[in-house]
Ligand binder design. Structure first.
Ligand SMILES: *Cc1c(COP(=O)(O)O)cnc(C)c1O
Length: 383
């Protein structure tokens, strides 16, 4: 049996899979078990900003694996110390909690906001995606993710995205936090307006609530800045990071501002959180992003790519939008057959909801590859 047959027999069944087995990657290219080459615009769902098989990060992982992999936070560690300092300087926030995924980062931020404020309610947005564990799921909007698991955590409500008036009406004396994505990813590649984000920050400060910014998908150069909140000059109280933080090694982080205050010892934790392997991978990833100016690259290439897609004239296209190399094409119909056709043309891309084609290429992608993506997209939408 080949990998597709074996996985089909033994996997959970939770994922809708595409009928190829990816076995190797390099930069923004992937290869399947038949030797077919693809231009990767899935980018590990946002975890592969620095590209596949990145030599510097491979070397850092290799060296750290041979030195020390496990070291719980009851001990100090050299790699963790270096990363904590690096993340704090990079974000301008004074403290950090390390974990292992995006949903865990959101889960921790929700718990910290309840701890810090003594309040219970969380305000999130319609179409938001924050993860699938119970707390993060309660902040997530999509019914199909939520309904089978109800009752969820009490105290969550959702307001329309980019609607400051609705947010104003929802934030009150029991609001622990407002949680927002700077650009909604899974929800359809929807950028927030500066007015909405800065208004949310001001509301939180006036009413004693904390602002949680979820940059699990938008972080580490994706949108053309190291972090998307920097486009809007925000100062989040809690900042959730994961996906590309450690070059594809599982890791998450919550950065905390001064308004969070002291967290009582033993109130939260994680066995794998802050392990030296992930910390070493993250340090090498941040080095690579900075040395190669990946945020600037994402800004430049993203502007070109977005413009080129906007010039596609297809009656199927309802809207083209994005920020940096996080780009979506909203169609007037379901995207699944078009993603399939793109794959047949050697382009791997993601959906965002039912009607949006989402491109999240590694930020190291060449302009020539993006030109091919535009041409193939034109072809597929014309067919
Ligand atoms: C992917 C994602 C998450 C969840 O991350 P996991 O590592 O899959 O748990 C949370 N928030 C946002 C904005 C995401 O894009």
């Amino acid at each position: 049996m080949n990998s597709i047959e074996i996985e089909s027999q033994f996997t959970s069944g939770l994922y809708t899979k595409r009928p190829i087995a990816i076995v190797r990657g390099k930069g923004a290219r992937l290869w399947d078990s038949e030797g077919r080459e693809y231009i990767d615009c899935v980018g590990g769902q946002g975890a592969a900003n620095i590209g596949h098989a990145n030599p510097q990060v491979v070397q850092a992982i290799f060296e750290q694996a041979a030195t020390l992999i496990s070291c719980p936070e009851m001990f100090y560690n050299d790699r963790r110390a270096a990363l904590e300092e690096r993340l704090c300087r990079l974000t301008g926030l004074p403290r950090v909690f390390l974990c292992n995924s995006g949903t865990e980062a959101v889960e921790a931020a929700i718990k910290f906001s309840r701890l810090a404020t003594g309040r219970q309610e969380i305000v999130a947005c319609m179409r938001a995606f924050h993860g699938r564990t119970f707390g993060a799921l309660s902040a997530t909007w999509e019914k199909k993710y939520r309904e089978p698991f109800e009752p969820l955590v009490p105290g969550f409500r959702h307001v329309p995205y980019n609607n400051l008036e609705a947010l104003d009406a929802a934030v009150g004396p029991s609001t622990a936090a407002v949680i927002l994505e700077v650009v909604q990813g899974e929800g359809g590649v929807n950028p927030a307006s500066t007015e909405f984000l800065r208004g949310a920050q001001q509301l939180c400060r006036q009413r004693g609530s904390l602002l949680i910014i979820d940059e699990v998908q938008t972080g580490f150069g994706r949108t053309g800045r190291m972090f998307a909140f920097q486009h809007h000059n925000l100062q989040p109280d809690l900042l959730c990071l994961a996906k590309s933080i450690a070059g594809g090694i599982p890791m998450g982080a919550v950065l905390m501002g001064d308004r969070v205050g002291e967290l009582p010892p033993q109130t939260h934790g994680s066995t794998f959180g802050g392990n030296p392997l992930a910390c070493a991978a993250s340090l090498a990833t941040i080095d690579f992003i900075e040395t190669n100016h990946l945020p600037e690259r994402a800004a430049e290439l993203g502007e070109w790519f977005l413009g080129a897609l906007m010039r596609l004239e297809s009656p199927l296209i309802r809207d083209v939008r994005g920020l940096g190399l996080m780009v979506g094409i909203e169609l007037r119909q379901k995207v699944t057959p078009y993603l399939q056709s793109l794959m047949n043309e050697g382009i791997l891309a993601l959906p965002a909801g039912l009607t949006v084609i989402r491109f999240l290429p590694p930020l190291v992608i060449d302009k020539e590859d993006l030109e091919v993506v535009v041409e193939k997209t034109r072809k597929v939408l014309d067919a």
